[in-house]
Design a protein around this ligand. Structure first.
Ligand code: MEV
Length: 321
């Protein structure tokens, strides 16, 4: 595996056949968890959706299988990335391709950057080997192998949502698409660095091992909220969905997964008219907060002018032509 640093991906040439010896490209969208993070690790459901930003992988013909590590990632991330890529390359039977990455996603913010990367890389490796577009189930299986290197024991919600590219209700490795009657749009705001998902999930696991009955009650409640939220999304009842998100946030906070900066942003978004606001992903100390808005763009402009790093994404529902 090479370790050259090349932030600029090469342009694929048009008109070439696919497979080994051909230029390939694939996109893995990032994700937000609307409801049910952490509970999903214990077999409860989660409602998650792909966002417009993600990771792109480019495959260039080569003599061996290699990955060019992008600039600016930490040594720990680099090691995990190398291990994950080596595992995927072996499973894909070493297609002769050099893979380059381009991120349009804030990294390590709870927006599924590793799942998105795993999906984009898996698509390129599989397609390079077979010469045909990869099947979603094969992409999911290979991306899960990579995710295990990044997170240890992931629920699988991140890479599955990325591979499907829609809003999904996810439980125990199975995902079903949630078709929303109205557009579901969120504002995603970054609230600063956070510990790794592995660490936050591990610390919560220790607490729930110590006091299992109490923690199980909270996870059960979160699981029920996920079902109610999915029903609200299907019928287009955005006010109910927002209310469920607010309650879910309160329970995540009860589980010790919030922080002063997360709470500040949650209340700021609610003050700006969000129908619901909560942390998304692993939480802990920082990461990302989402707010459900009928039209998030004006609030994105306002917050950006105040120095907040944020963007809007439509998660589901009919889209304007
Ligand atoms: C991370 O995006 C979501 C968590 O539930 C972890 C997982 O599902 O593996 C915190």
């Amino acid at each position: 595996m090479t370790r050259a640093v090349s932030p600029v991906p090469p342009s694929p040439r048009g008109g070439e056949r696919r497979g080994e010896g051909k230029h390939l490209t694939a996109f893995g969208p990032g994700k937000v968890i609307l409801l049910g993070e952490h509970g999903v690790v214990y077999g409860h459901p989660a409602l998650a959706a792909a966002i417009s930003r993600g990771m792109r992988a480019w495959g260039v013909p080569s003599d061996s299988t290699s990955l060019e590590i992008p600039e600016g990632i930490s040594a720990a991330h680099q090691e995990a990335l190398e291990r994950a890529f080596a595992r995927a390359a072996k499973q894909a039977r070493h297609p002769k391709i050099s893979v380059h990455l381009e991120s349009q996603l804030p990294l390590s913010m709870g927006l599924g950057s590793s799942g998105a990367l795993a999906v984009a890389v898996s698509r390129v490796l599989l397609e390079a080997k077979s010469g045909a577009p990869a099947k979603t189930k094969d992409v999911e299986a290979l991306a899960l192998e990579m995710e295990k290197e990044f997170h240890g024991t992931p629920s699988g919600v991140d890479h599955t949502t990325s591979a499907r590219g829609t809003m999904v209700l996810f439980k125990k490795g199975r995902a079903t698409e949630v078709v929303a009657a109205k557009p579901v749009k969120v504002l995603v705001a970054m609230v600063g660095p956070r510990s790794s998902t592995k660490q936050t999930v591990g610390a919560l696991r220790e607490r729930q091992k110590r006091w299992p009955a109490r923690y199980r009650r909270v996870f059960d409640q979160i699981g029920r909220l996920v079902g109610e939220g999915a029903a609200a999304a299907r019928t287009g009842d955005l006010e109910a969905l927002g209310d469920v998100m607010n309650m879910n946030h309160g329970l995540l906070s009860a589980l010790g997964l919030s922080s002063p900066q997360i709470e500040d942003m949650v209340y700021r978004l609610r003050g700006l008219g969000a129908l619901g606001a909560k942390l998304t992903g692993a939480g802990g100390d920082g990461g990302a907060v989402i707010g459900l808005f009928r039209e998030p763009e004006p609030t994105v402009m306002k917050l950006r002018a105040q120095g907040v790093d944020c963007f809007a994404s439509q998660l589901a529902g009919p889209r304007a032509l």
